[in-house]
Write a protein that binds this ligand. Structure first.
Ligand code: SF4
Ligand code: SF4
Length: 218
């Protein structure tokens, strides 16, 4: 009899413990339900890509000298440079240029090494197509203006985390005129040139000021 009562007592204590733990868990869950979800409602809201975002490549036919450097530095020799040698002028004549974005890995090597800067990375990342052959962009398709999140009237552009003001974690409701945390590279360069000794003691900006010092030394 005593053993049975002891078992009932332990069972009741365990049940109360389980109910308390369950209530604590549910309290945390309901507390989260009171917060605004940090969700980007694509396609009505889109994050603004960063300054060095590697989107679709832009190409300027008039600047290209058909040197094929972009082909040599590409990990898969992807750009197709179609040129012929003009025997009279003894110069290359560019016929066509194409990059297949179904194969490109957007590493940006071609953009880095192009000697005439006729290649550049854009912020356009919506390249999905039903036909993989339509991803093979010729020089006309590569030369068109890229779409932009900030100029699309049907889209609410939101700043990425690294571009939010100090302390802000949610891009919603952040005023557009509020400056981002930290400084832009050109602002660091400007402060270094106006006050050459101030770069080293700039707390929290070490990652940004190091390349700035390198650039100013060149
Ligand atoms: S971004 Fe990279 S993979 Fe794409 S064409 Fe340029 S070098 Fe090749
Ligand atoms: S590296 Fe630049 S200039 Fe040379 S072929 Fe490629 S796109 Fe043209």
């Amino acid at each position: 009899m005593f053993g049975f009562l002891k078992q009932v007592g332990e069972y009741t204590r365990d049940a109360v413990d389980a109910a308390r733990n369950l209530t604590q868990g549910l309290a945390v869950t309901f507390d989260h339900m009171k917060r605004r979800p940090v969700t980007v409602q694509y396609p009505y809201e889109k994050l603004i890509p960063s300054e060095r975002y590697r989107g679709r490549i832009h190409y300027e036919f008039d600047k290209c000298i058909a040197c094929e450097v972009c082909v040599r530095v590409c990990p898969i020799n992807l750009p197709v440079v179609d040129w012929v040698m003009n025997k009279e002028t003894k110069k290359k004549e560019l016929r066509n240029y194409s990059i297949d974005f179904g194969v490109c890995i957007f590493c940006g090597n071609c953009v880095e090494y192009c000697p005439t800067n006729c290649l550049s990375m854009t912020e356009e990342y919506e390249l999905a197509a039903f036909d993989r052959h339509s991803l093979n962009f010729d020089n006309v398709a590569l030369g068109r203006l890229p779409t932009s999140v900030t100029t699309d009237p049907s889209v609410q552009p939101l700043r990425e985390l690294g571009y939010l003001p100090a302390g802000a974690m949610d891009p919603h409701g952040v005023p557009a005129d509020q400056p981002r945390a930290g400084r832009l590279p050109e602002q660091i360069l400007a402060s270094l040139s106006s006050n050459p000794g101030s770069g080293a003691g700039d707390g929290g900006e070490s990652s940004g000021s190091a390349p700035a010092k390198e650039e100013s030394a060149e």
